[in-house]
Design a binder for this molecule. Structure first.
Ligand SMILES: [Zn+2]
Length: 202
C-alpha cells in the first residue's frame, strides 16, 4: 500500500488499483504465461466459477506456445503485455526496454503493460507512459517464492482485500506450488464476501 502511494507520486499515470464506486471489485492478474503446464488449470478454475481475469503475457512464451493466444479472447479474459523478454526496468536502457515491449505488441493487441518485477525508472516511465496503460498492482502474496505460503498467511492476505485491489499472481512453473492453494482460496473468499471479479479494461 505504501509502495503504491510512492509509485503514484513517481508515476502518476500508472495504475495500482481500480476501485469502482459502490462496488466491491477485485482484479485477478496472472503474469509470465502462457505456460502449457499451468495456464489450462487456471482457465479451468476461473471457468468453473465464471470469473474473468487479466493475463500479462511474455512474448517468448507466446512464441513457444502460440496455440494459447486465441484462447484468452475466446474465454473472455483480458490480455496485456509483459514484454517480449522479462526485462528488469532498473537494469535496461530505456530504448531497449521500449523495443522489447513493442516487439511483444506485434503479437498481442493490447495497450496494457505490466512492468516485470514491478519496477521501472522515471526515464522509462516517460518513454512509455503515453503509449501504454501501465498496470502495477497493490496486492501481492509472493506466490513465486520457494517457501510454501501457509493457509493462515493466505487468510491474513484475504482479510485485507478491499474494493479496487489488483492482485498479482503468476501462471509460471515456479509459482504453482503456491498458486494451486492461493487461487481457490481467493475465489472462495471473494465469492463469500460479495466481491466482484473484474478485468482491467484495455
Ligand atoms: Zn513477470
Amino acid at each position: 500500500m505504501i509502495l503504491s502511494k510512492i509509485g503514484l507520486l513517481l508515476f502518476p499515470k500508472a495504475i495500482f488499483s481500480l476501485p469502482v464506486l459502490g462496488k466491491k471489485m477485485i482484479y485477478l492478474t496472472f503474469d509470465d504465461g502462457p505456460t502449457p503446464e499451468i495456464t489450462p488449470w487456471v482457465f479451468e478454475i476461473l471457468e468453473k466459477h465464471q470469473i474473468k481475469a487479466t493475463f500479462f503475457l511474455l512474448g517468448n512464451e507466446i512464441v513457444k506456445n502460440p496455440e494459447f493466444l486465441p484462447l484468452y479472447n475466446i474465454k473472455g479474459h483480458q490480455i496485456g503485455n509483459h514484454g517480449f523478454e522479462h526485462f528488469d526496468g532498473w537494469r535496461t536502457d530505456k530504448n531497449q526496454y521500449l523495443e522489447n515491449i513493442l516487439k511483444n505488441k506485434n503479437q498481442i493487441a493490447s495497450n496494457l503493460f505490466r512492468p516485470p518485477y514491478g519496477r521501472i525508472t522515471p526515464a522509462i516511465y516517460k518513454t512509455i507512459k503515453n503509449q501504454f496503460k501501465i498496470i502495477f498492482w497493490n496486492k501481492m502474496i509472493g506466490d513465486y517464492k520457494p517457501k510454501i505460503i501457509s493457509e493462515s498467511e493466505i487468510n491474513h492476505f484475504l482479510k485485507k482485500l478491499k474494493n479496487g485491489d489488483i492482485i498479482v499472481l503468476h501462471d509460471n512453473k515456479k509459482s504453482f506450488h503456491n498458486l494451486k492453494n492461493i487461487l481457490p482460496m481467493i475465489i472462495e473468499y471473494g465469492k463469500k464476501n460479495h466481491f466482484e471479479f473484474g478485468i482491467i479494461e484495455n
